[in-house]
Design a protein around this ligand. Structure first.
Ligand code: 13P
Length: 253
């Protein structure tokens, strides 16, 4: 059975005390997770070590970095590598968020290298894909997302792919309050799974968690997560409010 995952993406928000308090408030109300449920906190790099301590090894609760460099070390001032993250207990890394693609010009080819770096380190990439509004309006979102998957993931072996979590985040739904309907989410998640199945076989495609991201909140999480191919969410704004994110965790199937 594939994992159902509630992943917070704090992006570049909160000071140290606020980050600590938010995590405390969420952990205080954390429900007992089943074996196939996970909670992930993708938080600013500077707070990761503290968060690892705070979580203290609660099972199925993880922290994630929001990006990493494609090399493991070297003269890359200001960058942080996957092995550095795992040395402080961080074994999940978000790769290819649309904000990284847009504001930091991260290409599919670069993201393939970053996915490789994460996997080479035995960590879990949370690989983001998703189309901008113009592509959705043109009705070509499937081809757009398929190209992202082919360019950044399809060089992987089946064993490697099984370590990847995919997050589908339509850019027009990020931070806009405009959520994809559960039917729209299900349709493209099923399409993503079919693309994976064509390349890797249905057996493998069935085991890959595909998260939905884009204005997920307490009020829509139950319906989104009840879709058969929606395996949880990658949550921005609502993950900064303890009661909201707790309700989203409780919405996991
Ligand atoms: P919002 O939930 O704020 O729309 O952000 C989604 C997102 O980008 C998560 O990575």
């Amino acid at each position: 059975m594939r994992k159902q995952i509630a992943a917070a993406n704090w992006k570049m928000n909160l000071n140290q005390q606020e980050a600590k308090d938010l995590l405390t408030n969420i952990l205080d109300k954390l429900p007992k997770l089943t074996d196939n449920q996970q909670v992930v906190f993708s938080i600013p790099a500077i707070y990761l070590s503290n968060a690892v301590q705070q979580i203290g090894g609660i099972s199925n609760v993880f922290v994630a970095a929001q990006n990493c460099h494609q090399n493991s070390n070297g003269a890359f001032t200001g960058e942080i590598s996957a092995p550095m993250y795992s040395s402080v207990g961080v074994n999940h890394i978000v790769i290819g968020h649309s904000e990284r693609r847009e504001y930091f010009a991260e290409s599919d080819v670069l993201l393939a290298e970053k996915v490789n770096a994460v996997l080479a380190n035995n960590s879990t990439p949370i690989f983001c894909c998703g189309e901008p509004l113009a592509i959705r309006e043109a009705g070509t979102q499937n081809a757009f997302v398929e190209t992202q998957l082919i360019n950044s993931l399809f060089h992987l072996t089946p064993e490697q792919l099984l370590k990847v979590v995919i997050a589908y985040e339509p850019i027009w739904a990020i931070g806009t309050g405009k959520t994809a309907s559960s039917a729209q989410a299900q349709e493209i998640h099923a399409f993503i799974r079919s693309v994976l199945a064509t390349k890797y076989g249905a057996d493998i495609a069935d085991q890959i968690s595909i998260l939905y991201g884009g204005s997920v909140k307490a009020a829509n999480a139950v319906e989104l997560f009840s879709q058969p191919d929606v395996d949880g969410g990658l949550v921005g704004g609502a993950s900064l409010i303890a009661t909201e994110f707790t309700a989203i965790i409780n919405a996991l199937q």
